[in-house]
Ligand binder design. Structure first.
Ligand code: ING
Length: 303
């Protein structure tokens, strides 16, 4: 019996600083309802889906910074999302800024959660590859202060859910082959990710014309080389005057993009993912057991 999971990449258009969480949640709920109409079982929302991409600004006041974070999940603003997903029997991935208190210490992570169709949080991932910088760089047209506002997460996991092996990562993680390989080594058949990517890359403006090509290249490679589906949801469009790329998509283990966004607004991208196709690649071209040679790779983890 083939395992086919119909999945949606739920792209968001811009979220402005003044947009209230409950209004953003209303947009997420509209995505859930459209996904249900298209017989989806799982919906992937972007990285930091509840707020504008606030690392674009330098802030020094922790109270001001904390206003972009969620101290519990679900909470008053997001409970309607969990309730509607349960009513519709839909699972979802949500990216958000997590404020976590542990042993009296406060931690801040760029987080995504995997929520099953009963609204139970079955998986949590905290972003490993934090791009940008930690100090104010006023010469930049805008900041990218993820290294200032977030702590690094511990690593990549894979969860058994919906009769599939599901991994999660976030944004800059998708540019590093190690992210996919660590999940591939855990058997990932479906990798869910969200991203917020400015069209302009101040350290190397000459890359800007390749932004969408690079966006898809790294995910197509990661999907194919690990025999996994990739479902990628962007937060796109002109967010606080900073243009962000769209290009949300669903990528097959063959490496082909099977569905992709055409706009930079709220847009649902849907595809039926044959999970046995992932196994087909894992048992042939990318049979890790018979073709990989880890003793030759020590430089990758030693450096
Ligand atoms: N954003 C970007 C990303 O990796 C970036 C950072 C932008 C890197 C442009 C290179 C070019 O897509 C996040 N949030 O990681």
């Amino acid at each position: 019996m083939t395992r086919v999971l119909t999945v949606a990449a739920a792209q968001l258009g811009p979220v402005q600083r003044s947009d209230a969480r409950k209004d953003v949640v209303g947009r997420l709920i509209a995505h859930l309802r459209e996904a249900k109409k298209q017989d989806c079982a799982l919906v992937v929302f972007p990285e930091l889906a509840l707020t504008t991409f606030f690392p674009r600004w330098f802030m020094n006041d922790q109270q001001e910074i904390d206003r972009f974070f969620e101290s519990e999940m679900p909470n008053q603003d997001t409970r309607p999302l969990f309730d509607e997903a349960k009513r519709l029997q839909l699972a979802f991935m949500l990216g958000y800024a997590e404020r976590h208190s542990e042993k009296g210490r406060i931690h801040h992570y760029n987080t995504s959660i995997l929520v099953d169709s009963q609204a139970h949080i079955v998986g949590k991932y905290r972003k490993v590859h934090l791009p940008g910088h930690a100090e104010h760089e006023p010469q930049r047209p805008f900041q990218h202060l993820e290294q200032r506002y977030f702590e690094r997460g511990e690593g990549f996991s894979v969860w058994e859910a919906f009769d599939a092996k599901i991994g999660m990562c976030l944004c800059n993680d998708r540019r590093w082959p190690e992210s996919y390989r660590v999940m591939g080594l855990q058997g990932a058949e479906l990798i869910l990710l969200g991203y917020n990517t400015p069209k302009h890359y101040p350290p190397a403006p000459e890359f800007d014309e390749h932004a969408m090509f690079h966006n898809h290249l790294v995910m197509q490679a990661g999907a194919h080389q690990n025999g996994s589906w990739v479902v990628a949801a962007a937060k796109a469009g002109n967010e606080e005057d900073i243009p962000m790329i769209g290009g949300s998509c669903i990528i097959s283990p063959s490496g082909h993009i099977v569905a992709q966004a055409e706009t930079e607004s709220d847009e649902l991208v849907v595809a039926s993912c044959d999970l046995d196709l992932a196994q087909r690649y894992k048992h042939t071209l990318f049979n890790f057991q018979s073709h990989r040679y880890p003793p030759a790779y020590t430089a990758i983890s030693n450096q």
